[in-house]
Design a protein around this ligand. Structure first.
Ligand SMILES: C[S@@+](CC[C@H](N)C(=O)[O-])C[C@H]1O[C@@H](n2cnc3c(N)ncnc32)[C@H](O)[C@@H]1O
Ligand code: SF4
Length: 347
């Protein structure tokens, strides 16, 4: 079977900057949007060595800040390479209009992901989101009405202002909407954000976290640490170790045994979109990734990639009922332990 290959396209523009977010995204570079298309076109045509991408993921930043005209041009560029594509995802801010959603659907996008974070007005303000709970609800209903069957919403938990009631209400609203996927992210405090080093914005409360995750699991299958519901083929592709092309400022690509990184600075990227830095991955690095990514998802990993010592340590974890083996593959019972378990196996 021909190797499946993934395509990621990064849109580095946002309407406002959230307090927690370290993604490569900017609110003051809107004047570069037109030139940005020319740059991604140049990089895509330089990179393209695949006739048929398996999945496409347009992420950001906020892809929904780009006009329909931008996507018209983008999909006419991509169309010869996505004839057999299985999934095209686009990330949206919940203030997206129904008209935009309809147009995007017509280009073949079949999965939509909304950065909702919460349906609580105070929490949205705390995070510095620029949408209201009402807008999020309306956007999701509009997406369904526009014909989207695969709708995800992102939620953030473990913030300082979370309570059991707040999180339960968020899930109650989420479950009442026509979604088939939730990505739930525990807040991380990142460098180069407004909240850099300010751990008071996070809440360490294991009981609250477990309750929240268990409530999501009652409704949707957990198939990775942060992902629940109808499996996103693109993300599964990453965890399976498939090759991916990364297009756009600050995008990452992966081929055979190396990763490449484009320039993150949007001006510099536009000037030279094919200036890459490379990271070579040793066989041990590649093995580590297979084990770690396998254990944090339902995919597991092939036992025969381990050497004899590693197999022995994996056996110990199997006996301790932390891992299980099925048809030559090893799986984890608890994805949250992936870090510790893979470190133990590989030492
Ligand atoms: C590219 S954004 C999604 C699309 C759009 N930009 C938006 O926010 O509406 C990806 C997601 O990453 C999550 N995220 C970003 N920074 C995070 C952090 N520091 N901790 C937890 N989740 C984070 C948020 O849930 C966000 O929706
Ligand atoms: S969470 Fe989304 S909207 Fe907020 S700054 Fe990050 S990419 Fe932009």
């Amino acid at each position: 079977m021909k190797k499946r290959k993934l395509l990621y396209i990064h849109i580095p523009f946002c309407d406002s900057k959230c307090n927690y977010c370290a993604f490569n995204s900017y609110t003051n570079l809107n004047h570069l949007k037109k030139e940005y298309f020319d740059a991604i076109k140049k990089q895509f045509l330089f990179e393209n060595d695949t006739k048929d991408y398996y999945t496409v993921f347009i992420g950001g930043g906020t892809p929904s800040t780009m006009s329909v005209t931008f996507y018209e041009k983008l999909f006419s560029l991509l169309s010869p390479y996505i004839k057999k594509v299985k999934e095209i995802t686009i990330e949206c801010n919940p203030n997206t209009s129904k008209e935009w959603l309809k147009e995007i659907k017509n280009f073949g996008v079949n999965r939509i992901s909304f950065g909702v974070q919460s349906f609580n007005e105070n929490k949205l303000k705390f995070l510095n989101r620029n949408h209201s709970p009402k807008q999020a609800i309306e956007a999701i209903i509009s997406a369904k009405e526009a014909g989207f069957e695969n709708i995800n919403l992102d939620l953030i938990y473990s913030t300082a202002i979370d309570t059991e009631e707040l999180l339960n209400n968020d899930l109650k609203t989420a479950f009442s909407l026509p979604i088939n996927h939730i990505s739930a992210y525990s807040l991380t405090i990142e460098k180069n954000t407004k909240w850099e080093n300010d751990y008071t914005k996070r809440q360490e409360n294991e009981e609250l976290e477990i309750n929240f995750i268990n409530k999501i699991k009652e409704k949707f299958l957990q198939y990775e640490i942060s992902n629940f519901g109808n499996q996103c083929l693109h993300n599964l592709g990453y965890w399976e170790g498939l090759e991916y092309t990364g297009i756009g400022a600050g995008a990452v690509g992966f081929k055979k045994n190396y990763r490449y990184y484009t320039q993150t600075d949007v001006n510099k990227y536009i000037k030279n979109p094919i200036k890459y830095t490379y990271e070579k991955l040793s066989p041990q690095d590649l093995k580590k990734e297979k084990v770690f990514l396998g254990l944090r998802s339902i995919l597991g990993f092939e036992k025969n990639i381990l050497n004899e010592n590693e197999k022995e340590r994996a056996e110990i974890l199997i006996n301790e009922k932390k891992l299980y083996e099925k048809e030559g593959k090893i799986y984890s019972f608890d994805f949250l332990l992936a870090d510790a378990l893979s470190a133990y196996i590989l030492e």
